[in-house]
Design a protein around this ligand. Structure first.
Ligand code: ARG
Length: 459
């Protein structure tokens, strides 16, 4: 099949080269963005008198027809036309005749593909922000039900201090809030138009780049044509932002796997979101959370992949840059899928308050509060810590928890102890006592919930 660029060639391309260099199998994902960019370009060409108003209109109609076909899933793409840009141009010429060949005036595939990628990133970034918001509302709903739910808080995965389950869930809310803020910030750099840079040096046609920017709703244009076609920073940035989202999703997933295990049983996942075993009839596996955790690998891989593709590239466009696509497409699919599932998983999970409560009663996670008690009575905290350490050791030897020791036991370690120590060591009081701003006391958690609700309402 004749190539749109076939003029200077005397032979047809080797079939393997066609297959190796073609990107249509995946860049067809950019079909709508490509047409959107072309519609703005051809409107500008008409307005600037580079093509006649009639030609501009004919091309617009042709592009519109193709857009409808794409939306209906009826556009037939072929590797003979290498990539999405040439496939659409070829379809246009087939649709409206030779005048379709005027669309590419004053433009190169280099500034065209960069524009497509900017449009794609803008759409997807906004979608990811919206999906993150769904997960945040699911977290918020669960948090609201669990302000007074006490579970052990961990450091080193050893029981540390009792905390409110809402407090734990809200920690993730704030991670996703930062993720959203990073994505929103990146829109500033995404919203800059490369089109009009030509292949690398600009164009001899009297184009109006600002007009195209206006039509496509970009805030600005690239001031340097070389940079415009060579820049994929915004894709790297998206991959980095997505990698951090995956870190957060993966940490939450890990906790959900732990919490739903027999050893913890802090939560029960809804049957609709679990899978069974082909051999062990009793199994109910948290496959979604595991897979989510596992898919972090591919997203990190795509980030490193693109950084590596770009690192040694001379200016300006190089074919290597075609490798920017599959990684980001896969990343967006991976994260969207994960976020879509996570919201209902969080909404439908059962929180086993009884199990959490049982756990905090059977541990030494109120030890800090003994040390704090003594310190509040004037003992230097370091001494209070040492005394409490000895008490913990003593209690373990006696096979008791700290609340099970007698007043005599306490007095033996320090005369500063009085009856109120037993009240202070109850899990709800231990939690309630952490009244510092941002702490786990229910009163503070309520304040945090309000702040979180305000953030979501602003969105
Ligand atoms: N398919 C190409 C890409 O994705 C489009 C740009 C091709 N430009 C070129 N000069 N071969 O990067």
């Amino acid at each position: 099949m004749a190539k749109l660029w076939g003029g200077r060639f005397t032979k047809s391309t080797n079939k393997l080269v066609d297959e190796y260099t073609s990107s249509i199998s995946y860049d067809k994902e950019l079909a709508q963005e490509d047409i959107e960019g072309s519609l703005a370009h051809v409107k500008m060409l008409g307005e600037c008198g580079i093509v006649s108003p009639e030609e501009s209109e004919t091309i617009r109609q042709g592009l519109q027809t193709i857009l409808e076909k794409v939306k209906r899933g009826e556009a037939a793409f072929s590797i003979d036309q290498e990539d999405i840009h040439m496939n659409i141009e070829k379809m246009l010429i087939d649709e409206i005749g030779a005048v379709g060949g005027k669309l590419h005036t004053g433009r190169s595939r280099n500034d065209q593909v960069a524009t497509d990628m900017h449009l794609y990133m803008r759409n997807k970034t906004k979608k990811l922000i919206a999906l993150l918001e769904h997960v945040q509302s699911a977290l918020l709903e669960q948090a609201k039900q669990n302000v007074d739910t006490i579970l052990p808080g961990y450091t080193h995965l050893q029981r540390a201090q009792p905390i409110s389950f809402a407090h734990h869930l809200l920690a993730y809310f704030w991670m996703f809030e930062r993720d959203k803020s990073r994505l929103s910030d990146s829109l500033k750099r995404i919203n800059v138009l490369p089109l009009g840079a030509g292949a690398l040096a600009g164009t001899t046609f009297p184009i109006n780049r600002r007009r195209v920017a206006e039509l496509l709703d970009f805030d600005d244009i690239y001031p340097n044509s070389l940079d415009a076609v060579s820049d994929r920073d915004f894709v790297v940035e998206a991959l980095a932002d997505c990698s951090l989202i995956m870190v957060h999703l993966s940490r939450l997933s890990e906790e959900m796997v732990l919490w739903s295990s027999q050893e913890f049983r802090f939560i029960e996942l809804d049957d609709a979101f679990c899978t069974g075993s082909s051999i062990m009839p009793q199994k109910k596996n948290p496959d979604v959370s595991e897979l989510l955790r596992g898919k972090t690998g591919r997203v990190f891989g795509h980030l490193i992949g693109l950084l590596t593709v770009l690192k040694g590239l001379p200016l300006a466009y190089n074919k290597d840059m075609q490798e920017d696509k599959e990684g980001i497409f896969d990343t967006v699919r991976t994260i969207s899928g994960a976020l879509q599932l996570l919201a209902p998983i969080l909404e439908t999970m059962t929180v086993r308050k009884d199990r959490m409560r049982h756990a905090v009663e059977k541990d030494y996670s109120n030890a800090t509060d003994i040390a704090d008690y003594l310190a509040k009575k004037g003992l230097p905290f370091r001494e209070a810590h040492a005394i409490t350490g000895k008490m913990v050791l003593y209690a373990i030897e006696q096979g008791k928890y700290l609340l099970e020791l007698s007043m005599e036991d306490y007095k033996q370690f320090s005369p500063l102890f009085a009856e109120d120590i037993f009240e202070a060591l109850k899990p709800e009081n231990v939690m309630r006592a952490r009244e510092s701003e941002g702490g786990t006391a229910p009163h503070q958690v309520e304040k945090q919930l309000k702040l979180a609700e305000e953030k979501l309402a602003q969105a």
